[in-house]
Design a protein around this ligand. Structure first.
Ligand code: C2O
Ligand code: CU
Ligand code: CU
Length: 432
């Protein structure tokens, strides 16, 4: 704690070597370690403050993905941290319990820095979740899974080159989960909550279990869903999160996998989305012979997003094509528009390419109003900050920015395929 009563977290971005496979040292970056960073956890209403020290030899940044906060605390391209310097952002957490994350966001280098290993989870709690009897024992029946693909070269170094003809960017053929390669996990409870984070640069995952067992989707980017949805697959594009609850039988062994994408991109689907590898093992679960059974999924989880579309102050259109949005590419000194604090806006977003893009907005959680005029599917009925854009469908997103006005410091909106973002598929807005 400091004198303002904020809880202070010390984070140091550092370089080092990590052994992903026995005997092979890979040059990596991490936060307070050599690869990835600690899970940060805070309570709604709490004041948080960070001392983020850059101990690597390049300018970088830390962005708090999904967080409502003042623009100057956002950690985007306008808040770089120079080598040797410490940046001290602070804010009061004011949003529902959710699974957010952090990663670098320095202009033109987000893909490279994230690939080296700078990322971590940022979990928020609130009074509502405290009153629910969901699995919530961190590391026991509430397990974070940071999923990333990596390619290793002959010397065990990360290879982030982009294959010729690849539309999505770097795709790896090895999966790391929380920085572990080929992991398994013992579980000791009947119900287990998994917080899935797609922290990959480009790859999309379509998660499911090897025996196709159903599971309950309970939360998405910005918090719990209104009610659990039973499914056997959940797709996450880069930057998206999902909280699922899966049931185990004593002695069970089952693999969490990623399967082929569920929408059609013609015969190049595999190459375009998954790098010709449509089935990937993520992590194996091994259930103990006796399982504790003390949690349950309640009928209702959280209030449904309710921004509505009756009083829309502004409708904006975002056409994504190539590496541009509305025909323009990111420029640090161009602010595209200003939104007024407290207004409800609808952003109509369309991917005009035959390959994958998604769309992420800083400082806000939005409500998917409809997808091409059709009511959103269950996985898009909660708060979102990143949405996969199936080609040619128009996603209407309602959002309202509150509290943090600043005419000078912009927030970003962009495709979260990190190479696309670095190549200019990003714009800036201010809240007035
Ligand atoms: Cu996850 Cu603008 O970023
Ligand atoms: Cu973000
Ligand atoms: Cu894109």
């Amino acid at each position: 704690q400091d004198d303002s009563g904020a809880r202070v977290f010390d984070l140091t971005i550092q370089s080092g070597a990590t052994e992903f496979v026995a005997g092979g040292a890979t040059d990596t970056w991490g936060v307070n370690g050599t690869f990835l960073g600690p899970t940060i956890r805070a309570q709604r209403g709490e004041r948080v403050e960070f001392a983020v020290t850059n101990d690597v030899d390049e300018e970088t940044s830390i962005h708090w993905h999904g967080m409502r906060l003042p623009a100057e605390m956002d950690g985007g391209p306008h808040q770089p941290i120079m080598p040797g310097e410490t940046w001290r952002p602070h804010w009061t957490v004011d949003q529902p319990a959710s699974t957010l994350w952090y990663h670098p966001h320095v202009h033109g280098k987000t893909a490279a820095h994230t690939y080296r290993g700078v990322a971590g989870m940022f979990i928020l709690d609130d009074e509502n979740t405290a009153s629910l009897n969901l699995p919530a024992d961190y590391g026991v029946d509430d397990i974070p899974l940071i999923v990333q693909d990596r390619k290793f070269d002959a010397d065990n170094q990360f290879d982030d080159s982009i294959p010729l003809g690849s539309t999505s960017g770097t795709l790896g053929d090895e999966i790391l989960v929380n920085g572990s390669h080929g992991p398994y996990r013992e579980v000791t409870t009947r119900l287990v909550r998994l917080r899935l984070l797609n922290a990959s640069n480009a790859r999309m995952y379509n998660f499911g279990f090897s025996d196709d067992r159903p599971f309950q989707l309970i939360g998405t980017d910005g918090g719990l869903l209104p009610e659990a949805w039973e499914t056997d697959r959940i797709q996450l594009s880069a930057g998206e999160r999902a909280e699922i609850v899966v049931a185990f039988e004593p002695g069970d062994t089952v693999e969490l996998r990623s399967y082929a994408a569920e929408f059609d991109l013609g015969d190049q689907t595999a190459d375009r989305l998954s790098g010709e590898q449509d089935e990937l093992d993520i992590v194996q679960f091994r259930a103990a012979d006796a399982l504790a059974d003390e949690t349950e999924i309640p009928e209702t989880l959280a209030p449904a997003p309710d921004l509505g579309t009756e009083n829309v102050a502004e409708v904006r259109t975002f056409d994504l094509e190539g590496r541009s949005i509305n025909g323009q590419q990111m420029q640090m000194d161009r602010i595209d528009f200003g939104v007024r604090e407290g207004d409800t806006e609808v952003w109509e977003v369309t991917n005009h390419n035959g390959y994958l893009h998604n769309f992420h907005v800083h400082d806000v959680q939005f409500q998917v109003v409809d997808v091409d005029g059709v009511e959103p599917p269950p996985q898009l009925r909660g708060w979102k900050d990143t949405v996969l854009l199936v080609p040619d469908l128009r996603y209407r997103l309602a959002m309202r920015f509150s509290d943090h006005t600043d005419p000078n410091v912009p927030y970003m909106f962009h495709c979260h395929l990190l190479t696309h973002e670095d190549e200019g598929m990003m714009g800036q807005f201010v809240v007035l």
